[in-house]
Design a protein around this ligand. Structure first.
Ligand code: GLY
Length: 333
């Protein structure tokens, strides 16, 4: 609830808004704060912001990576790796819910604001860390995006180890869906993508995004997360934005690019996120509550912002000395 300053011994959290205390991911405790209390002026850089409470462990990993001498891109990649490897997060990496055929297909993208470089993979099967494969695409090819079997072949040739991503829990969820719900709409409430954005001490900006996409999606379906400008966008002169929610509702509006452009025009990160949601709602002639679109943003000065339409949406922020769990601005009408 906005306004609380409860303290959570938060290790990670699963989807659907429930705060779940888990051991073993090495997080410090996090303070739950009002967005208004932290979004009005820049935080002390370096700053990382990520979607969902499970993004807290990722942001803390990012901060540690910088402290230990890693680059900003390392920080983004290794932070997201942590979530990708956590089998309890059922919407990213290992343990991600599969497509309608029972196969886990992953999407990810990464961007470097220093040189406006980007890399992404879509519908990647059998590799636990799609964000790392996306970074390899960015750094070792002249391309931006690889998809499907060819992305997997690239990952294999680049030395990434393949593995089974479907956990027993995810398999059982798929079996249940198949027997009970096949033919009905797909699981809209199981799309808790991690988007993670960072600004270092010098004001350099980078970001990444990783997801298993909508649960039980059509095989080959690609959402917003790997599409540069939709699920995530970075502009080194301005800042970055990232999305979680129903990808189809974000990618038709290049949601993250839109937010960065709003910030370029002078809006604060939160104002930019709210404006993007309103623009999507207006374009779709729907109320925001029907959309399931949620955004985070940061400008290069270290000012953060977030807004969403899902009541359970939360984001995590780690600045120099503080770990924060934030209730974003809810856009309801
Ligand atoms: N936002 C993740 C997806 O729709 O795939």
């Amino acid at each position: 609830m906005i306004g609380n300053s409860r303290r959570y011994a938060l290790k990670a959290s699963l989807s659907a808004g429930a705060i779940v205390l888990l051991d073993g991911l090495g997080c410090q405790s996090a303070e739950e704060v009002d967005l208004a209390s932290v979004a009005s002026s820049p935080l002390s850089r370096p700053v990382f912001i990520a979607t969902w409470p499970f993004g807290l462990a990722a942001c803390e990993k990012s901060q540690r990576t910088l402290t230990q001498g890693g680059s900003l891109l390392d920080a983004v990649e290794y932070g997201i790796n942590l979530t990708e490897l956590d089998p309890k997060v059922s919407s990213v990496g290992v343990g991600g819910l599969p497509n309608a055929d029972g196969v886990v297909q992953l999407d990810a993208s990464i961007m470097d604001g220093q040189r406006q470089r980007a890399g992404s993979v879509a519908a990647l099967e059998g590799f636990a860390n799609p964000i790392s494969v996306a970074r390899r695409v960015m750094e070792s090819t002249r391309h931006v995006m690889l998809v499907g079997q060819d992305a997997a072949a690239f990952a294999q040739a680049s030395g990434f180890e393949s593995q089974e991503l479907l956990t027993e829990e995810s398999r059982q969820a798929w079996e249940k869906w198949r027997s009970n719900q096949a033919g009905k709409s797909i699981g809209e409430k199981t799309h808790d993508t991690i988007a993670l954005l960072g600004v270092n001490r010098d004001g350099q900006v980078a970001g990444g995004c990783s997801t298993s996409g909508l649960a039980f999606k059509l095989p080959g379906r690609v959402g917003d997360s790997p599409l540069i400008g939709s699920g995530m966008y970075v502009d080194g002169e301005v800042g970055a934005a990232g999305a979680t929610g129903v990808g189809e509702n974000v990618l038709r509006y290049c949601g993250s690019f839109l937010i960065v452009e709003y910030m370029r025009q002078g809006m604060s990160p939160t104002e930019a996120c709210i404006s993007a949601i309103r623009r999507i709602a207006t374009g779709d002639r729907k109320s925001p509550a029907e959309l399931s679109v949620n955004f985070i943003a940061i400008n290069k000065r270290g000012q953060i912002g977030a807004a969403g339409t899902d009541r359970e949406f939360r984001c995590a922020v780690v600045e120099q000395q503080r770990s924060l769990l934030i209730t974003p601005h809810m856009v309801t009408s």
